[in-house]
Design a protein around this ligand. Structure first.
Ligand code: HEM
Length: 477
C-alpha cells in the first residue's frame, strides 16, 4: 500500500514491494529476474521498501531522490549488502571506504585520472585495441567479452603498474576477476553467510580466485619494492607509504586495497560496456552505419585515433553514452544510513540499507521515451534534456562519483573507434537477444560473435580537416 508525503518542493510516494517470502524476502525474484523486479518497483512509489533475505532495504526510484541520497554521503555512506561484500575483496580501498577516510584517499588517486591527464593514456589504449584486432582474423568466431576483459585488464594494469604484469599473469587476473564478480552478486542478494561456507564447486572457485588475486597483487608490490621507482599509480602509492608529499603515510595494506580496487573497477565495467556496444551495434545497422561513416571520415584509411581526434568522434561518443544508458554495467548500488534520517518523508533508522539503480533510472519511460530502444542520437550535442542529464548516472553522482569516469569514456571511445574502424562484428546465426543476467555488474558475459574485416575503411574518404565529424557539428561535443 502506498502513502503520499508532501514536501516543500515535491510530493514523494512511498510503498512496499509485494511478494515477500519468509527468510528470503525478495531475494529469489532479485536473483532470478532482477531487471523485471527492478522495473516493477516504481509502480509502488518513489521510495520502495524491499527485503533482501531477512534485511529491510529501501530502493530509491526517482532521479531527484537519488541525487538527494548521493549528495549527502555523510548520512548515506558506503555500506549495505553490496559494500559489505565488496569490502571483503577490496578492503578499505576507495570504492568501499567509509566517508570519514574518503577525502584523503581520493586526493591521493585523483591526479592519475584527471581529465587533463587521461589523454596521455591514448596511445596505450589504441595499441592494446589494435592488438585485439590482430588476433581476430576475418571469417572467424571471436570471444568478444573475453577479449574485452583482456584488453581492459591490460590497459588498467599498464596505467597502474606500467609493464609489471606479464601476459600470463594479466590473463590470470582477468580469469580471477570473472569468477569473483560472479560470486559476489549471489552473496549480495542472499546475505546468508552459512550458505557460502559450504564446500560447493562455486564457493571453492570463488575462494580460489580471491586468494590468487590477492597473491598476484602482493607479488607485484614486493617486486616493485626490489626494483626501480616508476612513474605510475603504484609508484604514487609507494611514495605515499613513505609520507612523501606531506600527507600522512599510508599503510602497506592500503596500497594492496587500492590496487585491487582499481584493477577490478577499471577492468570489469569497462569490458562489459565495450562488449555491450558491439552487441548493440550489430543489432542496430543504422547506428552502426553512422559510426562507420564517422570513423571513415575522421580516421580515413585505418589511422589509429589519438587524443586530438576525441572532439571529432561525436557519434562514437554517443554510441558509448547510449550503451551506458541502455546497458549500464553498474546497475545496482547500496548505501547505509549513518544516523536516523528522513527520506521522501519516511523515517529510516540508523543502519538502514538504501539502494539506487542507474538501470532503473535509465529505463524510466517518462525520462527516456522507448527506453529499450538503442538510439545513440539521444546524446547528440544539444539534444538531451535537463531531466535526462540528471537521470543519466552510469558513473553515479556527488562526492562518490566514479574516479575513472573521464578515463572510462576516453578508453571506450578510442577502443571502439580502433576496433570498429578495422573489424565488423556480427551476431552468430541463431542468436537470440535475451535479457542480460546481472551479477555484481551487468552486461554480455560470454559474447561470441563473427568477425569481418571492414572493407569500407580501405576505400574511405580522406581524413576530414573540417570541424565537422560525420554528419554532425562538434563544437560543443
Ligand atoms: C564504463 C566504465 C565504468 C562505469 C560504468 C563505472 C561506474 C561507477 C559507479 C556507478 C561508481 C559509483 C558506485 C556507487 O555509487 O556506489 C563508480 C565508482 C568508482 N569507480 Fe567507476 N566505473 C567505470 C570505470 C571505472 C574505471 C576505468 C576506474 C578506474 C580508475 C573506476 C574506478 C572507480 C572508483 C575508484 C570508484 C569509487 C570512487 C569513490 O568512491 O570516490 N571506474 N564507478
Amino acid at each position: 500500500m502506498s502513502r503520499t508525503v508532501s514536501e516543500q518542493k515535491r510530493t514523494w510516494t512511498t510503498g512496499t514491494a509485494p511478494g515477500i517470502f519468509p527468510l528470503l524476502g525478495h531475494a529469489i525474484a532479485f536473483y532470478r529476474r532482477p531487471l523485471a523486479c527492478l522495473n516493477s518497483l516504481p509502480a509502488h512509489g518513489d521510495l520502495v521498501e524491499i527485503r533482501l533475505g531477512p534485511q529491510r532495504a529501501w530502493m530509491v526510484c526517482h532521479p531527484e531522490l537519488t541525487h538527494e541520497v548521493l549528495m549527502d554521503p555523510h548520512t548515506f555512506d558506503k555500506g549495505g549488502p553490496l559494500y559489505d561484500r565488496l569490502g571483503k575483496l577490496m578492503g578499505d580501498g576507495l570504492v568501499t571506504c567509509r566517508q570519514p577516510t574518503h577525502r584523503d584517499k581520493r586526493r591521493l588517486l585523483q591526479p592519475a585520472f584527471r581529465p587533463s591527464h587521461v589523454g596521455a593514456y591514448a596511445d596505450l589504449i589504441t595499441e592494446e585495441a589494435e592488438a585485439v584486432c590482430e588476433t581476430w582474423p576475418a571469417g572467424r568466431t571471436v570471444p568478444v567479452t573475453e577479449a574485452m576483459m583482456g584488453l581492459t585488464t591490460r590497459v588498467i594494469s599498464r596505467v597502474l603498474l606500467s609493464d609489471s604484469l606479464d601476459d600470463t599473469t594479466a590473463a590470470a587476473v582477468r580469469d580471477c576477476l570473472t569468477d569473483v564478480v560472479r560470486g559476489l552478486f549471489v552473496r549480495t542478494v542472499v546475505p546468508i553467510d552459512a550458505l557460502f561456507r559450504l564446500p560447493t564447486p562455486a564457493n571453492r572457485r570463488y575462494r580460489r580466485a580471491l586468494t590468487r588475486l590477492h597473491a598476484i597483487i602482493d607479488t607485484v608490490i614486493t617486486e616493485r619494492r626490489r626494483g626501480a621507482d616508476r612513474d605510475d599509480v603504484l609508484g604514487t602509492l609507494l611514495a605515499a607509504t613513505r609520507g612523501d608529499g606531506g600527507a600522512p603515510a599510508i599503510t602497506e595494506q592500503e596500497v594492496h586495497d587500492h590496487l585491487i580496487t582499481l584493477l577490478l573497477t577499471g577492468a570489469e565495467t569497462q569490458a562489459l560496456c565495450l562488449a555491450a556496444a558491439f552487441s548493440l551495434l550489430a543489432r542496430h545497422p543504422e547506428a552502426e552505419r553512422r559510426l562507420h561513416a564517422e570513423l571513415d571520415s575522421v580516421l580515413g584509411e585505418g589511422r589509429r585515433p589519438g587524443p586530438d581526434d576525441l572532439p571529432r568522434l561525436v557519434h562514437t561518443r554517443c554510441v558509448v553514452s547510449e550503451t551506458l544508458r541502455h546497458s549500464s554495467p553498474g546497475w545496482l548500488f547500496t548505501r547505509v544510513t549513518t544516523r536516523e534520517t528522513e527520506l521522501a518523508g519516511c523515517r529510516l533508522p540508523a543502519g538502514a540499507a538504501v539502494l539506487y539503480s542507474p538501470y532503473l533510472l535509465h529505463h524510466d519511460p517518462v525520462t527516456f521515451p522507448e527506453p529499450e530502444r538503442f538510439d545513440p542520437d539521444r546524446w547528440l550535442p544539444g539534444l538531451p534534456t535537463v531531466e535526462q542529464r540528471r537521470a543519466m548516472m552510469p558513473f553515479s553522482a556527488g562526492g562518490r562519483k566514479c574516479l575513472g569516469d573521464e578515463f572510462a569514456m576516453v578508453e571506450a571511445v578510442l577502443a571502439l573507434a580502433t576496433i570498429a574502424g578495422r573489424r565488423r562484428l556480427r551476431h552468430l546465426p541463431g542468436y537470440v537477444e535475451r535479457p542480460p543476467r546481472p551479477g555484481i555488474t551487468m552486461g554480455p558475459r560470454a559474447l561470441v560473435m563473427a568477425c569481418e574485416t571492414r572493407s569500407s575503411a580501405a576505400g574511405a574518404p580522406r581524413p576530414s580537416t573540417s570541424r565537422t565529424a560525420g554528419e554532425h557539428r562538434v563544437d560543443n561535443a
